[in-house]
Design a protein around this ligand. Structure first.
Ligand SMILES: [Zn+2]
Length: 385
């Protein structure tokens, strides 16, 4: 019988194998100055529960270490990706894959990943034979990795001396349970925004530790898929290279203790193979380019993403966005797929629809209240009309 470590190794090989097939523009490069770029890789994979069947199906992969400043979301209209950290893109990708498979659903042929019930319109579920894993080539940013900041992931700003009374560490001094990036890195059990330079415009996207933790309780389905699925879909495993007992213990502390007990706790698995485009030396720099590849039922979509939109479509923040600049992972593209599946929502805006998902809304609000008792600081409102 395959051990979980062997399983983790197979998942990582499969995700890295798909990464190796991406077009060169989607991967880090050596700049003309000779400086090498690095990135983080993530992927969502479905694994057959029957261990005798060696079947791992990749749903989505993504790379990226960037997030947009909140000030740039003004012109978005659902088209810009706020958060391009690899694991968040990979989960968005899995949601686009589910939406696409439901849009193309036909009862006669079915689908190898999902099945429908007899309701009209039908509701969907992940087939019982599958369990899901998320591969990430590094520890997620934020609470779960604060003990392991080393020269490979800290910038000079992270060494700033901050004491507990310094309001510089807060996005809003009235909300002392949300910290900026890695400031005051000794504080645990707090929500953090994505790390970034402190002299640049702030992103209000929350760290990957916080976002993954929320999905541990609320499922990986976004509001659109939650309305289409009869049951939530949870991740079973998170696979990370080079986990030892200490890192695994810290991850478990962060993911199992920050929220009330939950029956869908992630299991953290170690794989030995490192990701070959991670940071290897002091001089290398994070890649500005992010990327994704989606594995639909009969096709794949590959995108290079820069500044939250498809590569090649960039316009300065003071200009309007160009037509078709949006990624397949964007709110705009996902809403378009959803309204093709449920045309009755064509005259509704994305946020109007979302506000009608009261049960999910209540669950997410209750999670936010536990994670940040002082209140929540949302990113800028970004609707699709
Ligand atoms: Zn992150």
């Amino acid at each position: 019988m395959a051990t979980t470590d062997e399983l983790a190794e197979r998942i990582s090989r499969k995700v890295i194998g798909e990464y190796s097939k991406l077009k060169a523009v989607c991967r880090p490069v050596t700049r003309p100055t000779g400086i090498r770029e690095w990135t983080i890789l993530a992927g969502v994979a479905a694994i057959d529960r029957d261990v005798s069947v060696d079947d791992i199906k990749v749903l989505s992969i993504a790379t990226g270490v960037k997030a947009l400043p909140d000030s740039e979301l003004q012109r978005s209209g659902g088209k810009l990706l706020h958060d391009c950290h690899a694991e968040i893109l990979a989960l968005r990708g899995a949601n686009t894959v589910f939406l696409n498979r439901i849009k193309n659903w036909d009862l006669t042929n079915g689908d190898d990943l999902i099945e429908s019930n007899n309701e009209i319109p039908p509701k969907f579920k992940l087939k019982d034979k599958w369990k899901l894993a998320l591969y990430i080539s590094r520890l997620p940013c934020g609470d779960a990795s604060m003990d392991f900041l080393n020269d490979n992931c800290r910038s000079d700003d992270d060494f700033l001396e901050i004491d507990d009374n310094d309001i510089f560490q807060y996005v809003n001094s009235n909300v002392k349970t949300i910290l900026r990036g890695r400031l005051n890195f000794n504080r645990k059990n707090v929500v953090r925004t994505k790390p970034g330079r402190y002299d640049s415009n702030i992103t209000l996207s929350k760290s990957c530790s916080d976002k993954l933790l929320m999905r541990q309780l609320s499922s990986i389905l976004n509001s659109l898929n939650s309305a289409l699925f009869a049951q939530p879909v949870f991740l079973r495993y998170i696979v990370i290279p080079g986990l030892d007992d200490k890192t695994r213990h810290t991850l478990e502390q962060s993911f199992h203790n920050r929220l009330p007990s939950c029956s869908h706790r992630f299991e953290f698995l170690n794989c030995d193979t490192p990701f070959y485009d991670d940071k290897k030396n002091e001089n290398s720099v994070p890649s500005l380019m992010c990327s994704t590849k989606l594995f639909m039922d009969d096709s794949t979509i590959e995108e290079a993403i820069l500044n939250g939109m498809k590569n090649g479509f960039y316009t300065k923040p003071c200009k309007p966005l160009r037509k078709h600049c949006e990624s397949h992972l964007s709110r705009f593209a996902q809403w378009e797929l959803f309204t093709q599946i449920r045309p009755e929502y064509k005259d509704t805006s994305y946020l109007q629809f979302k506000s009608q998902q009261t049960e999910r809304d209540r669950l997410i609000t209750s999670i936010k209240n536990v994670l940040s008792p002082d209140g929540w600081i949302p990113t800028k409102t970004d609707d699709v009309k």
